[in-house]
Design a protein around this ligand. Structure first.
Ligand code: ARG
Length: 440
């Protein structure tokens, strides 16, 4: 026998004497105790294994389509960034979520997301993604049956605000690749590596008084604009797979596309992705004296591949108006004190919008705020963007957790001073300008 083989004892080889002694050792009481102990150990082991298998949940995704018959299709439903699409989708998502959450399987449900509303002779066709969390050992088909069993009876009740045609209801499992393709063709969606949607950020402060970004993929549209041989100069926001929006003043020093590169990811070094620049478009009416029209566009030589870490932000409809004191988020690699160094790790802060009337007060910016600008921060100061954050995003999540670019870091008197909030380029004012230059 080779030494590596496991040694096996056969009945025949087992010495008779040993057997005899064992029989004496195993009196009935001992045997009973021993059996009990073994049973307990097996029980505990099964418990532990089950616990881990169950705890190892995986997300399962489905594509559902159905007809809603008690509403009429509106042209604006065809525009995904329109208020009409957002509101109707939100209503549908709320209705579906409520059905799942009110069931015993409620905790299995993660999210529903409308991807398309299309016209139908009887009303509106809905296409939506459904996400669930189930043990990885479960099968997509079995879960689908569970979903159907749960959903069908609920769709019948006339307590629902929307009438769903039951016959039209279809559901199919989709793999994570299909799901990624579906959601990656949208803007403003943040995903973790497990394709779980990220919750709205709970972070509070940053830059001057801020926090480091929690994870890669939290602000996937954030880019760093770097001058070759010099390094990070400005932030920028990805709005399509080739275009970024930034501030015009970032190019005061150098306008040559060949001298610039763009990086993505939550750190400058190492970046998640790197691209060269082929075109820089500075607003024709940019006025450096008064910081008017502080907006520019950057086109990448090679398009980016959207992923969990690189994603575009939505541009708001030009009609969208945020009321004062709306929570918005600013991110950047800028300094954390006035005149401090660039940060390698992306930082974030929650700030609040301030009306132009308040911002133009004599004790604030004394009339320097034009309609193309937007103030955000706090009257008591402290939390603010700072040097190096310029060109970067000021974003806002709608009720469906879709993120919109509402501002571009532009200027401010020092950083975080009381009554000197950050001033941003008001993106809604430039929505048509952006479309005219990029087609986005
Ligand atoms: N202009 C600065 C830059 O080049 C950013 C100004 C933002 N300042 C502020 N206090 N919010 O990076």
């Amino acid at each position: 026998m080779s030494p590596s083989c496991p040694v096996e004892f056969s009945e025949v080889e087992y010495p008779q004497v040993e057997n005899q002694r064992r029989q004496q050792f195993w009196d009935p009481v001992r045997l009973a105790l021993f059996t009990l102990a073994i049973a307990a150990i097996i029980g505990i082991a099964i418990g532990i294994v089950t616990h881990f298998v169950v705890a190892d949940d995986k997300s399962f995704c489905y594509l559902a389509s159905f007809k809603i018959t008690n509403i009429k299709y509106k042209e604006k439903y065809g525009i995904r960034t329109s208020r009409e699409f957002a509101e109707r989708s939100h209503q549908i998502e709320r209705m579906i979520s409520r059905i799942f959450r009110s069931s015993t399987r409620g905790r299995r449900f993660i999210k529903s997301h409308v991807v398309k509303l299309s016209p139908d002779e009887d009303g509106v066709n809905v296409l939506m993604v459904l996400m669930f969390r189930y043990p990885s050992t479960d099968s997509a088909e079995r879960i689908m049956k569970k979903i159907e069993r749960l959903l069908y009876p609920s769709l019948n009740t006339n307590q629902l605000p929307l009438t769903v045609n039951k016959q039209s209801f279809r559901i199919t499992p989709i793999n994570s690749k299909k799901m990624r393709n579906l959601l990656n063709s949208r803007c403003g969606i943040r995903m973790t590596s497990s394709y779980m949607p990220l919750p709205a950020s709970s972070s509070t402060e940053r830059i001057v008084q801020g926090s480091e970004t929690a994870m890669e993929g939290e602000w996937p549209w954030q880019a760093s604009l770097q001058l070759l041989g010099v390094g990070h100069q400005c932030g920028a926001s990805l709005i399509s797979n080739t275009w970024l929006v930034t501030a015009a003043h970032c190019f005061l020093r150098n306008k040559d596309p060949n001298q610039w590169i763009v990086t993505f990811g939550a750190t400058i070094k190492p970046p998640a992705m790197k691209r060269s620049v082929c075109k820089i478009i500075i607003h024709e009416n940019y006025d450096r004296q008064i910081n008017e029209n502080d907006i520019a566009l950057v086109q990448l030589t090679i398009q980016v591949e959207f992923s969990n870490t690189v994603q575009r932000v939505c541009l708001p409809d030009s009609s969208i108006k945020l009321p004062p004191k709306t929570s918005v988020f600013v991110t950047g690699f800028g300094s954390i004190v006035d005149d401090g160094p660039t940060q390698n790790k992306l930082r974030q802060a929650r700030v609040e919008t301030i009306s132009n009337d308040v911002c133009n007060r004599k004790d604030v910016y004394d009339g320097m705020i034009t309609p193309g600008m937007l103030c955000a921060g706090f009257m008591e100061g402290k939390i603010d963007a700072c040097k190096g954050d310029s060109g970067g995003p000021l974003v806002y999540p709608d009720k469906r957790d879709i993120w919109y670019l509402v501002g571009i870091v532009s200027w401010g008197q020092s950083c975080g001073l009381p009554k000197k909030p950050g001033v941003y380029t008001r993106v809604t004012r430039y929505r048509e300008w952006i479309a005219s230059k990029t087609g986005v």
